[in-house]
Design a protein around this ligand. Structure first.
Ligand SMILES: [Zn+2]
Length: 444
């Protein structure tokens, strides 16, 4: 059974829905959204890219506020639709349509489309007790230096939805529902006029430009000083948006402890009732959760020998939730995070692969995998370095990768990877690879 996107119980959303469908051509190629589980149909429900719905009477729609720390914005009313930049708690936007769509557990729940085009589960919003706003105003941007990051402060007149895009030496931030003109940059109480471009005097940003995007958004482009981005965090303090851009970590030239003081999170996958993948070799059945923890513990010791301060997401047979693991990464604010898993396939497959999601994690993934293959003499699976939205690769404040060491389902590989001697050897290689990447990019 298909459910119409207009099948809401509230008459006003039905009317709005009809209006939007007429305007937002191209947002969906079908007017139907997800159906009940198993929902394995070809019905397209996700937009390919963000399209701002055409509405003429913007101020007549109710304003809602994000109540989750990072509201999950997507390209359609379905948990399977691609993610957009999460919305910091406190973000306000107009809801222009509601629809039912599947959540993470594939149960139908209400979703809301916000005025800039993204969808969010309605349970992550509350009605904001705010008078109707015109687009937000912003005329000055300021910076403040912290020990490990530079904060860029945007004192907006309303907490607008945002979007981030990253490239090698640039970081772009789009502020939706904003239509003002930036006039000044304030750094350490020094105010300078913002012309076409403005030069910054801090360790992370070299210079920046801004431009209007359509009628309802402005976009900042920050050109960065460090070659390697080290992550970022966005939050609202009232209506003021704060962007923290991390600086590369500082290392001391300590030959015996080259990673002295560097914080690293090691995350052994699965645990407790979740065994992960199973593999059998020579009559013995191995559980992925056990191999993950064994290799992670060896890696922890190798990194500690090099002076690193290691935080494990689990050290015993426990299974913290993916959210708990994300919280540990976010709260630790490490120099990097690595999750350890072992792969499975119903076909014959062997080899190592590594996954990254945010721009700052890509070079860590590439260099650790290459090092692991070369020095650890491990075969690489297909392309090896893969962009994928794994939960433990999604924290933005540190480079974070997920390593699939080898295949539980290959008897030959699982037997080898379960041997303590192999685990010790690979942990050493992995620690050397991580050390090399950090030293090449840290501030010496
Ligand atoms: Zn796994």
């Amino acid at each position: 059974m298909h459910r119409s996107i207009f099948g809401s119980r509230k008459p006003w959303t039905m009317l709005i829905g009809l209006f939007i469908a007429a305007c937002a051509v191209g947002l969906w190629s079908s007017t139907t959204v997800a159906q009940a589980p198993p929902a394995e149909t070809n019905t397209p429900v996700c937009a390919i890219q963000l399209v701002q719905p055409a509405i003429t009477n913007k101020s007549s729609f109710p304003i809602y506020q994000v109540i989750k720390d990072a509201g999950v914005a997507r390209l359609g009313p379905d948990d399977d639709c691609a993610r957009l930049t999460p919305l910091p708690k406190g973000t306000k936007a107009r809801v222009i349509i509601t629809a039912e769509g599947p959540n993470k557990s594939r149960q139908l729940v209400p979703w809301s489309q916000l005025d800039y085009g993204a969808w969010i589960e309605s349970s992550e919003l509350i009605l904001a007790n705010t008078p109707a706003l015109v687009n937000a105003q912003l005329t000055n941007v300021s910076t403040r230096a912290l020990a490990e990051a530079t904060e860029i402060v945007f004192p907006l007149s309303s907490a607008v939805p945002i979007q981030v895009a990253q490239a090698d030496r640039s970081f772009s931030l789009t502020l939706h529902n904003t239509s003002s003109t930036i006039q000044t940059l304030t750094e350490n109480n020094r105010v300078q006029k913002w012309g076409n471009t403005v030069k910054f005097t801090n360790p992370v940003v070299d210079r920046a430009t801004w431009q209007k995007v359509g009628t309802d958004a402005i976009r900042f482009n920050f050109l960065l000083k460090p070659k390697q981005q080290w992550g970022y965090r966005l939050r609202y303090e009232g209506n003021t948006l704060v962007l923290a851009l991390r600086q590369p970590p500082k290392i001391t030239s300590n030959i015996s402890q080259p990673l002295k003081g560097i914080k690293i999170v090691v995350d052994p996958g699965h645990g407790k009732e979740d065994s992960g993948a199973l593999g059998t070799a020579k009559g013995v059945t191995y559980m992925e959760k056990v191999l993950n923890l064994q290799l992670s513990t060896e890696l922890q010791q190798e990194l500690q020998k090099r002076g690193a301060i290691v935080t494990m997401t689990r050290s015993t047979d426990l299974n913290p939730s993916l959210e708990d693991r994300q919280v540990i990464i976010n709260q630790t604010a490490p120099a990097l995070s690595i999750s350890i898993h072992h792969n499975a396939s119903d076909r014959e497959a062997k080899g190592t692969s590594i996954y990254w999601y945010h721009h700052q994690s890509q070079s860590l993934a590439t260099s650790v995998l290459n090092y692991f293959a070369r020095e650890g003499k491990r075969p690489i699976l297909n392309s090896g370095v893969i962009e994928k939205s794994f939960a433990v690769a999604r924290p933005t404040f540190a480079p974070a990768v997920l390593l699939e060491v080898g295949f539980m389902t290959s008897p030959e590989e699982v037997f080898d990877l379960a041997q303590p001697a192999t685990q010790q050897r690979l942990a050493k290689v992995l620690a050397n690879g991580i050390q090399q990447w950090v030293i090449d990019r840290a501030i010496g």
